[in-house]
Design a protein around this ligand. Structure first.
Ligand SMILES: [Fe+2]
Length: 235
């Protein structure tokens, strides 16, 4: 559990969509950067390509990004991981053809005061489901898949696997209509006790900001591939 839960809770608020934040030119620059960056993970089974936003590839984009985020959430620090060469990782580009499962991006250090995370869509088709439910441990994938739960040999920066969310929240059956509409890629039993707060429909130029304690996942509505850039902040 996070040590500064009280402080973390005080910083929490509703998810926020900021529209028309990035211009076409700025988004093109993000895509250019994405193409330039080395591939970190290409998970063929899940069909996900991940690239880390490494520092010093584009000072211009770093400054634009930080200014715009500061304007929305006030003072913050980037909660960056380091790569093998001790370079700072500012965020994560994910290109996926399949929806990403239920998880929380609460970080890997329980001493930090985690704050907000941001999502910038770089393609227009996609959506992200934010639940009302919160979690105060480390970054975790929530699953009832026995094989997934067996995965213990985690590398630095990899999410834990757990089904403990099912013990934390009231085990009311998840809404069947919502399941059918947005979350067909998740077993409905894995969503017991969860309640949707918001479905963010990806829109070019906009940015989603939400608390790092929120459970979330992609919705099952994907047409072709989607590319998004996620970053994490702390106080
Ligand atoms: Fe996430």
């Amino acid at each position: 559990m996070h040590k500064n839960i009280d402080k973390i809770k005080k910083l929490e608020g509703p998810p926020q969509i900021v529209k028309k934040l990035f211009s076409k030119t700025e988004l093109d620059k993000f895509l250019e950067l994405y193409n330039k960056l080395p591939t970190t993970v290409h998970n063929k089974k899940q069909n996900v390509i991940k690239k880390r936003w490494l520092k010093n590839y584009s000072d211009e984009l770093e400054n634009i990004f930080i200014d715009k985020v500061k304007n929305e959430i006030g003072e913050f620090k980037m909660d960056n991981l380091k790569d093998e060469n001790n370079e700072e990782i500012l965020g994560l580009f994910q290109e996926s053809y399949n929806p990403i499962g239920l998880h929380v991006d609460a970080g890997f250090n329980l001493d930090e005061i985690i704050f907000k995370q941001t999502l910038i869509p770089l393609t227009s088709k996609g959506s992200t489901v934010i639940f009302k439910n919160k979690f105060y441990g480390n970054s975790t994938n929530f699953t009832i898949d026995e094989n997934e739960l067996k995965v213990k040999d985690l590398k630095y920066g990899q999410n834990l696997r757990s089904s403990e969310h099912l013990k934390l929240f009231e085990t009311k059956k998840f809404d069947e209509k919502d399941h059918e509409k947005y979350l067909k890629h998740e077993k409905i039993e894995n969503l017991s006790g969860l309640e949707i707060d918001m479905v963010y429909e990806w829109e070019i130029g906009s940015m989603l900001i939400f608390d790092r304690t929120r459970l979330h996942c992609s919705s099952s509505l994907i047409e072709g591939k989607k590319i998004g850039l996620t970053t994490f902040t702390k106080k």
